[in-house]
Write a protein that binds this ligand. Structure first.
Ligand code: HXC
Length: 262
């Protein structure tokens, strides 16, 4: 049972899919600490929930999220930011959640909103979405991984240009640059597309999906040789799973596999 939240909504639009909708419309889903605490709580619960196989995070048609909450940060001092490790709580999404997360981005995804979208394992958007890292206009820089993830995703020169000018870019552009895995025409198509792919992922062996996420993420931190060796070890280990036997036996017998998730 998930508790009722104030700044997010949770639903199960398809079997196995946990949908988190950011719901702070008056502030265009600005990512305040209370909102992020709820998001982390919901993610942890969905990650632990046996019925859930994949998670989708979305916002509204107008805004995925217009950034970290500027009003909350305005008077923050270095000393408080440092001692409370401000923004560190945003990392649990990318470091602790083991089930796949898809972001479905419509409207504004600015600053921390763009960073949140990029923390997801797969990013989908609509063509008219507005991405950007406008922190430079506020006298600061991205603080939730934007300089690292955007650079890895679209290359140094483009990321440098965007972060130093604060220029926005469209969903269409995000697709052309490879930041988004798919670009949809409308917001509804984007959300339906994300939920559909999440449902597909949730229909597979949880074990294999978890391993797949783990090995792809390793590529972000390791060189090619260590990465390939890591992948091979994890691949070997899956021969110890029931689902590898179930999957390959079903293929050989021309049947549909019924996963044990073991
Ligand atoms: C707090 C925000 C907000 C934000 C919008 N609002 N973005 N509040 N933090 N990031 C609030 C507005 O103050 C306003 O509240 C209401 O949402 C509606 O926004 P408007 O500006 O009136 O809407 P509009 O004119 O349509 O403009 C939309 C917008 C603009 C272009 C997205 O709101 C905007 O530029 N927002 C800030 C974008 C930004 O700089 N993001 C990066 C933040 S820094 P009221 O009460 O007036 O109705 C950041 C740091 C990340 O993210 C690093 C650490 C994670």
């Amino acid at each position: 049972e998930l508790p009722a939240y104030e700044y997010i909504k949770i639903s199960t639009p398809k079997p196995g899919v946990g949908l988190i909708t950011l719901n702070r419309p008056k502030a265009l889903n600005a990512l305040s600490t209370p909102l992020f605490l709820e998001l982390n709580d919901a993610l942890r619960k969905l990650d632990a929930d046996k019925e859930t196989g994949a998670i989708v995070i979305t916002g509204s048609e107008r805004a995925f999220a217009a950034g970290a909450d500027i009003k909350e940060m305005k008077d923050l001092t270095f000393s408080t930011a440092y001692t409370t490790d401000f923004i560190e709580l945003w990392s649990s999404l990318s470091h602790q959640i083991k089930k796949p997360i898809i972001s479905a981005v419509n409207g504004y995804a600015l600053g921390g909103g763009c960073e949140l979208a990029m923390m997801a394992d797969i990013l989908y958007c609509s063509a008219g979405a507005t991405f950007g890292q406008p922190e430079i206009k506020l006298g600061t820089i991205p603080g939730a991984g934007g300089s690292q993830r955007l650079t890895k995703a679209i290359g140094k020169s483009r990321a440098m240009e965007l972060i130093l000018t604060g220029d926005n870019f469209s969903g269409k552009q995000a697709g052309e640059w490879g930041l988004a895995a798919k670009v949809f025409e409308t917001a509804q198509e984007c959300l339906d597309g994300a939920v559909g792919q999440a449902e597909k992922i949730a229909s597979y062996s949880r074990l294999a999906v978890k391993a797949g996420k783990e090995v792809v993420n390793k590529s972000q931190d390791l060189g090619i040789r260590e990465g390939v060796e890591f992948e091979r070890r994890v691949f070997h280990s899956l021969f110890g799973s029931k689902d590898q036997k179930i999957g390959m036996t079903a293929f050989a017998e021309k049947k549909k596999p019924t996963w044990s998730h073991q």
